[in-house]
Design a protein around this ligand. Structure first.
Ligand SMILES: Nc1ncnc2c1ncn2[C@@H]1O[C@H](COP(=O)(O)OP(=O)(O)OP(=O)(O)O)[C@@H](O)[C@H]1O
Ligand SMILES: [Mg+2]
Length: 324
């Protein structure tokens, strides 16, 4: 089922279910309790991710209607929220998981709403019994919250004899025994997650939510950069964005982008703040606007720090900035 919901405008969104068109109105956010309103505002403020936002709203609407049905003593369906997140690095998986944990708490699905982020090494031990213990410890930590397993496919990398299998079995058991006590999210890169689920038949169906995180477009990445600069009270000029756009649209860097997405942007933004500091350090009295301004040179310098520089070009750095 695909439902497109624009959480930002007052449009009516249309979707096609079984070849018939249904209409879905967007959430009346002013009717939400304040805590839910704030969380939806944060979700809404994420750039792109329209399908992810739609799924979150569906989950919220379904749970709320089940509550109303229960009040009227109508039959209710259980709300199982274990999820698979598929997306490349930096596509927003952890960010969304953290917001979901808070939302689920406010919805009354879990009691605490914290996120415990783990990876294979946190769950898989080195001797018999060690894995069960480590997995149990993390399940305990995640009690009342979300257990988020990054690169979950690595749990089965060693085949049948690997202790990772033991971790998977312990997780599956906990999903059944402690249904309402935690939410499990398995996250990873799309291809690897596909293989992981195929090699563990029965696992996929235990996760009612399968959410895809697509790579960001160049314009989305630029909008994410803008948010990051604003967050830190910096103010890039147009030439800085042009420099960034040029880098992102360069064919040779497309691979770099799909491997890093918003994480790449965060790295560039942070490196450009350091570049600006180097540019300004010899100015004894920088104006407030200078302290905020990010120029194309800062972006160029940042990119040189982050991407391999061919030896004949490495001299350029010293013409822009004093050597560090
Ligand atoms: N849609 C978005 N809007 C604004 N900022 C975003 C968005 N997606 C990601 N970010 C920012 O980009 C950075 C990387 O995102 P995040 O850690 O959620 O990605 P990830 O998919 O978990 O990556 P990885 O697989 O490498 O762990 C974070 O700093 C986050 O705040
Ligand atoms: Mg992550």
């Amino acid at each position: 089922m695909k439902i497109k919901i624009n959480l930002q405008s007052r449009e009516v969104a249309k979707s096609v279910v079984n070849n018939s068109t249904i209409t879905t109105t967007e959430p009346m956010q002013e009717m939400f309790p304040d805590e839910i309103k704030d969380i939806f505002a944060d979700i809404n403020n994420l750039i792109g991710l329209s399908k992810v936002k739609s799924v979150i709203y569906e989950v919220y609407a379904f749970k709320e209607i089940q509550k109303k049905r229960q009040k009227e003593q109508l039959k209710t369906l259980p709300t199982v929220l274990h999820a698979i997140f598929r997306g490349n690095p930096g596509s927003g998986k952890t960010t969304v998981a953290r917001l979901l944990a808070s939302l689920y708490k406010e919805m009354g699905v879990i009691s605490k709403g914290h996120l415990v982020e783990v990876e294979r090494a946190d769950l898989v031990g080195e001797f018999i019994g060690h894995t069960a213990q480590k997995t149990r410890d993390n399940l305990k930590k995640a009690q009342g919250g979300v257990l988020f397993i990054d690169e979950a496919y690595s749990l089965c990398r060693g085949g049948e004899k690997d202790f990772g299998k033991e971790a998977i079995d312990a997780l599956v058991k906990a999903m059944e025994d402690r249904k309402n006590e935690f939410v499990l999210i398995l996250a990873g890169y799309p291809k690897e997650m596909e293989m992981f689920l195929r090699s563990n038949p029965g696992l996929s169906s235990r996760f009612p939510l399968h959410i895809d995180f697509p790579d960001y477009s160049i314009e989305e990445l630029l909008a994410i950069a803008e948010i990051m600069y604003k967050e830190h009270q910096y103010n890039p000029d147009i030439s800085a964005y042009d420099e960034l756009r040029q880098f992102l649209s360069h064919t040779n860097t497309s691979n770099y982008t799909s491997q890093g997405n918003a994480r790449t942007i965060r790295n560039i933004v942070e490196a450009s703040l350091r570049a600006q500091a180097i540019r300004l350090i010899n100015n004894p009295k920088p104006a407030i606007s200078d302290l905020q301004l990010i120029m194309s040179n800062d972006i160029r310098y940042a990119l040189k720090q982050l991407t391999p520089v061919s030896p004949n070009k490495s001299k350029d750095r010293s013409t822009l900035y004093p050597s560090t």
